[in-house]
Design a binder for this molecule. Sequence first.
Ligand code: GLV
Length: 326
Amino acid sequence: MNAAHKPRVLVTREVFDETLDYLRRHCEVLANQDDVPYAPEALAAAVADRDGLMCCLTDRVDAALLAAAPNLKAVANIAVGYNNIDVPACTARGVMATNTPGVLDDSTADLAWALMLGTARRITEVERRVRAGEWTGWQLKQWLGVDVHHATLGIIGMGRIGQAIARRASGFEMKVIYHNRNRIAPELERRCNAAYVSFDELLAQADFVVLQMPYNPQTHHLIGAAQLEKMKRSAILINSTRGGVVDDAALVQALRDGTIRGAGLDVFENEPKLNPGFLKLDNVVLAPHIGSSTEATRKAMAMLAAQNLVAALTGGKPPNLLNPGV
Ligand code: GLV
């Protein structure tokens, strides 16, 4: 195909060489391998003559951006969550939107577990003490944590990632309860060894409350002061899904007051500018939104996004189309 006839795409952030190689076989590519995030106006200018956009959760794709890109036919997000994309606005303009489900489930579930274990056993707190030279020797009552094994794991949001988190609990002989908009199929409940409970029952019973639902207006501040009050004082909260599902100011207060024991967080409101209150607390483990960040998984996500984009721009049906109405 003549290069002039190839669809024109913009890739908003750095991707792997193999991702670019694949895209370049099918498209004329404007890449941002320097990885300096586009400000909204710069993104609008860069996408103005493009047929396709490959973007990340740091890019806001809204009606204003779409209006600046009259040729745009497809937006491929390199993420499973797509709260950065106004999908109805895409649909209204006939723009296909895609995400990257499936390929990151296990890595994201592993990270949720890393946060559970890290928070329960105070790993980052004690590492700071060791590095500061504060470890003077073994003591019986030193930096006591809580057990993960045989505890009750409560998962809110029982999609593929929630289920992967639940399946991992069997080796720890945990009791698993979950809450979801809809109860999952009985055979999935059996595979996860998980029992459906109400939202309030989950908050009251779980030793570990793990959040894995998507972020949208309905889940904004799903966990705030009132919900933290309903949790056990010994409970640990894990947010490995999206900032905004937790009211971070209320969580800082609850961690400070001992309303709950601890929290393990991979995501924050207004990240990367997290609430400074977290930085002063020892009972919180902080990670910089790395849920899916293993080399294999990030490569798979980028390639899946590229395949979605190429399919959309070459007359195929993207495997992960979010708005089939287009
Ligand atoms: C990461 O946060 C994702 O949604 O894939």
